[in-house]
Design a protein around this ligand. Sequence first.
Ligand SMILES: CC(C)(COP(=O)(O)OP(=O)(O)OC[C@H]1O[C@@H](n2cnc3c(N)ncnc32)[C@H](O)[C@@H]1OP(=O)(O)O)[C@@H](O)C(=O)NCCC(=O)NCCS
Length: 272
Amino acid sequence: MGIVKKTGLLFLAAAGGSGYFWLNRTGELNRTLGAIRRDVTAIQERDPAAANLIETLTCYSGLHAILLHRMAHFMYEQRLPVVPRVVSQFNRFVTGIEIHPAAKIGEGFFIDHGSGVVIGETTEVGDNVTLYQGVTLGGTGKETGKRHPTLMDNVTVGAGAKVLGSVTVGENAKIGAGSIVIHDVPPDSTVVGNPGRPVRERGRKVGAADVDWTHLPDPVADAMQSLVRRLVELENEFKSTFPEKREEIEKAQEEGERELDRVFDYYRGSGI
Ligand SMILES: CC(C)(COP(=O)(O)OP(=O)(O)OC[C@H]1O[C@@H](n2cnc3c(N)ncnc32)[C@H](O)[C@@H]1OP(=O)(O)O)[C@@H](O)C(=O)NCCC(=O)NCCS
């Protein structure tokens, strides 16, 4: 066995041992084991290729990465100096996934295909979040303090997508592969492109014409109504100017109204 592999295994055993010691000491063991159990079942639920438990435990670098991160994060929370960063770098060395020990990650976290993922220090991730290979949850380089994204529950981030800055990605949102997101993402939406723009919000396509097909405008009927209104006004004026013609005009108006009723019944839909 090569010296690098031997050192790696020794380091893993030492880190695991100290992690176990600290977890046991503070009574955190059950909580952490619960989170790890959810991480394992998340893979089995979300990846049809995960045939059985042994395969899941051995063949998913995303799982190895989150296990090592949970250990590093716990040590970070206990204010252990240096070691959490070293575990994080070891994690990067063996899985190709770099997660800062301070990053807060919820249960049921799944990084599919692993490699090339970077998760920054002030990132916060909710429950049941899925990332694909090449995702960066990073800073823009311009901010201080909280400078990495917050991903709410059930978010999916496609392969190679970059979410940059202290933005919030709402619950159930999807970020398309290769997108660059620098603004907040609404819940239940799909965002694609560079810069990321919503193409779907609450299940509906964004930008599609919102046409009410049952009440389409009818400019011809509107013009006809306006003409009829003007004609009735003229007839009424005619009646008051020439009282001797009143009877004749009223008879014509009655006939006209019957005609109009037929026309407007058609206009309102009964003729269709
Ligand atoms: C974004 C995604 C989740 C699809 O979401 P959706 O809500 O079903 O969206 P649709 O497929 O209806 O696409 C909506 C529009 O976005 C476009 N679009 C979809 N994915 C896109 C992407 N990654 N980049 C740019 N545009 C994209 C579509 O062409 C469509 O455009 P149109 O309305 O002009 O036709 C999916 O395309 C995606 O990128 N998934 C990530 C999968 C991944 O990373 N897999 C890695 C496996 S190894």
